[in-house]
Design a binder for this molecule. Structure first.
Ligand code: CA
Ligand code: CA
Ligand code: CA
Ligand code: CA
Length: 206
């Protein structure tokens, strides 16, 4: 009887592996900068802060296969009419791609949409990644105002995980975040290593 159960479990496991395939390919929204307070964009041609141009959204390929994201789009909130950016190209496994506000503005201009850049509201917002059929929601994230105040990013830690943290290294405020800086185009950092002095270490062994 025991052997029977085990083989049923094994059969189910095998079936689920066949159905889902090995290591599902996946692109996620990985980090956002809705409320910049300094010059973040390397492509806006200036070193000044601009509320529209210096916002950014980072996407990440958390899967094990290269994904062609050509035609995929970013949407502000839930309205069908507010497309902000169209992607073009392939994202390799473990690769990041960052869209800056000025690039979204340029895409909107070229494609006949309202020119609002990424339009990430500082008071909280939802941003959606939609596949090339312009219907399938690939990923969606909602943030609150305290997650993203001046130069604080909201990101998955570790990359691609379900855990989101506020990266407030440039603007420590309440509520406190990870204490680490935002990382456009780079891996999201984990919590800082706790430092300890000799007194604290010796106290552990008393
Ligand atoms: Ca904003
Ligand atoms: Ca700028
Ligand atoms: Ca710049
Ligand atoms: Ca990052």
């Amino acid at each position: 009887m025991k052997t029977m159960r085990l083989s049923v479990v094994l059969a189910l496991l095998l079936a689920s592996t066949i159905l889902t395939g090995p290591a599902r390919a996946q692109i996620v929204l990985n980090e956002l900068m809705p409320d910049p307070a300094s010059d973040w964009s390397p492509t806006d041609g200036n070193e000044d802060y601009g509320s529209l141009e210096d916002e950014w959204v980072e996407i990440f390929n958390v899967g094990s296969e290269a994904i062609d994201v050509t035609g995929w789009r970013l949407r502000d909130a839930v309205s069908d009419s507010s497309w902000r950016f169209g992607f073009d190209g392939v994202l390799e496994p473990g690769e990041f791609f960052v869209v800056y506000g000025n690039e979204a503005y340029q895409w909107e201009d070229q494609n006949g949409y309202a020119k609002n850049g990424l339009s990430l509201n500082n008071a909280g917002d939802t941003i959606t990644l939609v596949s090339a059929d312009l219907v399938t929601v690939v990923d969606l994230v909602t943030y609150e105002s305290q997650d993203v105040g001046d130069d604080r990013s909201w990101g998955r830690v570790p990359d691609g995980s379900l855990n989101w943290e506020c990266n407030d290294g440039l603007n420590p405020a309440n509520p406190p975040g990870s204490g680490l800086p935002p990382t456009p185009g780079e891996p999201n950092l984990g919590a800082p290593v706790e430092t300890a002095d000799w007194g604290q270490i010796k106290a552990l062994f008393r």
